[in-house]
Ligand binder design. Sequence first.
Ligand code: ZN
Length: 147
Amino acid sequence: MTETATKRTAIVPCANCGKLNRVDVARVDAHPSCGACQAPIHLDAPITLTDANFDKIVSGSEVPVVVDFYADWCGPCKAMVPVFTEFARRQRGQALVAKVDTDRSPAVSARFAIRSIPTLTLMRGGKEVARQVGAVPLAALEQMLQR
Ligand SMILES: [Zn+2]
């Protein structure tokens, strides 16, 4: 009983086939696999959100979601990659760490009025609760999650 009450799930896209899987974040070390293609689901790197899956993942996840809006041509975004990957590894099991390529997903980027990249948003229950514009150190990301 207690187990179901404390269970927190996240919606995670399969890196191999794109199917959205509901994953119990407390059990990420139990090697979850995709329900469609059986490929392993990893949560130790940022997951990729797109115009197509953004709402399903952000609204359907019971854990906070931190989203990095970036572009391949953006220097500060590239500098953020190792920081953000480390952040994802540390938040594994507690929050979902995700990225949106603003060139490939113009609709969601427009909806969030992304004018400068990188822009980092903290989403809870499908709503934006905090935003940070510009590259930031790991400590600032962790602080953002306290909000
Ligand atoms: Zn799959």
